[in-house]
Design a protein around this ligand. Structure first.
Ligand SMILES: *Cc1c(COP(=O)(O)O)cnc(C)c1O
Length: 453
């Protein structure tokens, strides 16, 4: 066996994030003020977000945005992350394909989410913010932000989707260990929470509802900002450290990927691994395929509509141009909680619309089958979210075998699943099922959208 792991040194941690918008011919459509339907101005974002983040959100002129020294210092705790050649998986599949994965599960909180959490907290701290709010689904973002908030001395309140609050109690414990306040959403502590609980007392929550609650609390609390772990342009930006490192590591391996794969919730780890490679296509016309893997039960990229929609359930956010299933869409309670989101970020949505991004949907049982195969071959228990990328990578490797051709596959292992063993228990006991949506279910929440596009 030749080299298994491709390792960079601390000095190789990127010094700038990559802003792909600058290199896109068709820029994403602007986010709109829902009242006036006019593009949102940077100042309009200030009540909600730190100014530096608001500026990054709308930045279409700087392709490279410097990573502050304090952020790079924190990145040193676990970055650069390894790029790994999955020899074990290749052997198990008996495929001629070369499979590589970027291992973001080695972060202290177990996922890629810390790349943006640290940056967001840093910029809040820089402008004197003392409190932040957020939402979390499976708890990965909440865990990352809790650690980042503690590291920079900010107070954090997290609205955690109720079904995950109960399904994944240890992620709640992690957040509490780092000193965050965790509230199950929907809750009675906000107007958005109360109104949905009044209508549906047993509602188990969604990311959309939790966002509404976190936004509401941030707007009502002095010196407080809201933070989001996915979907927004500045989050995609911060995550590009993943792909920028992987770009160098693939060079060390002496290969170039034919296909780059990421699982897809709102798009942050997918954008992180893929945008630096997509740059070669946008700027140099290089041939490369980029594939997003999403759950069949929450198929915004494969079956949703490209339309302006709210980022949250109650409609507090600006209107975002996105592939969406409708902001009132309530996904099935699959275990990949981080992928249970109704929409895709505006950059990825535009890239998908323009044909730069492919998407596949994967059934829950196929993701767990892939997860178990990967775990046995590589010794890492993947997060249920990441298992969507693994399933898509396995599919590519099997195709390569059928065609009898080499294919170089790179996927992002966005996190480990060591806090998700209850889900594995259920899978191993045969208690999990697929949730295939009917066309009626897909269109149910789309008909209500105002057709701005
Ligand atoms: C949150 C999360 C995701 C999904 O979010 P994206 O913004 O689409 O990346 C995927 N994998 C893991 C491990 C996560 O924690």
């Amino acid at each position: 066996m030749s080299t298994k792991k491709f390792l960079l040194e601390e000095k190789d941690i990127p010094t700038a994030w990559y802003n792909i918008v600058v290199d896109m011919k068709n820029k994403p459509r602007p986010i709109l003020n829902p009242g006036t339907k006019q593009p949102v101005k940077e100042e309009e974002l200030y009540p909600l977000f730190a100014k530096a983040l608001a500026h990054q959100e709308l930045n279409e002129t700087d392709a490279w945005i410097e990573i502050p020294e304090e952020v790079r210092d924190m990145y040193k705790i676990w970055r650069p992350t390894p790029l790994v050649r999955a020899y074990g998986l290749e052997k198990a599949l008996d495929t001629p394909a070369h499979i590589y994965f970027k291992n973001e599960s080695v972060s202290p909180v177990g996922s890629h989410k810390l790349n943006s959490a640290i940056a967001q907290v840093y910029f809040c701290k820089e402008e004197g913010v003392t409190n932040i709010t957020t939402e979390t689904g499976a708890g990965q973002w909440g865990a990352a932000l809790s650690y980042a908030a503690k590291a920079f001395g900010l107070e954090l309140a997290v609205y955690m989707v109720k079904v995950s609050y109960h399904q994944k109690p240890y992620r709640r414990s992690i957040m509490q260990t780092f000193g965050a306040q965790v509230i199950a959403s929907p809750s009675m502590s906000t107007k958005a929470g109360r109104s949905i609980l009044t209508a549906h007392p047993n509602y188990q929550g969604s990311l959309g509802t939790a966002i509404s609650e976190a936004v509401e609390l941030a707007l009502q609390t002095p010196n407080c900002k809201y933070t989001l772990g996915s979907v927004l342009n500045h989050v995609m930006l911060h995550q590009t450290v993943i792909g920028l490192e992987a770009e160098k590591q693939m060079e060390m391996a002496g290969e170039y990927p034919d296909v780059v794969i990421g699982c897809f919730g709102g798009g942050s780890n997918f954008s992180g691994i893929s945008f630096p490679f997509l740059r070669h296509k946008l700027v140099d016309g290089k041939e490369i395929r980029i594939v997003a893997a999403e759950p069949a039960s929450c198929p915004k990229l494969t079956r949703g509509e490209f339309q302006y929609d709210f980022g949250d359930e109650a409609g507090y956010t600006p209107l975002i141009p996105m592939f969406t299933l409708g902001h009132n869409f309530s996904p099935a309670h699959i275990h990949a909680g981080g992928l249970r989101y109704h929409g895709a970020g505006s950059i990825v949505s535009q890239l998908r619309q323009d044909g730069y991004v492919e998407a596949v949907d994967v059934e829950q049982l196929d993701t767990f089958e892939a997860a178990v195969l990967f775990a046995q071959a590589e010794g890492i228990i993947p997060a249920p979210e990441s298992s969507h990328a693994i399933a898509a990578a396995i599919h590519e490797a099997r195709q390569a075998k059928e065609e009898g051709k080499q294919r170089t596959i790179l996927f992002n292992l966005s996190g480990h699943g060591l806090i998700d063993m209850a889900a594995y228990d259920q899978y191993l006991a045969g208690d999990l099922s697929n949730y295939k949506l009917t066309d009626e279910e897909v269109s149910a929440n789309l008909s209500g959208l105002e057709k701005i596009i």
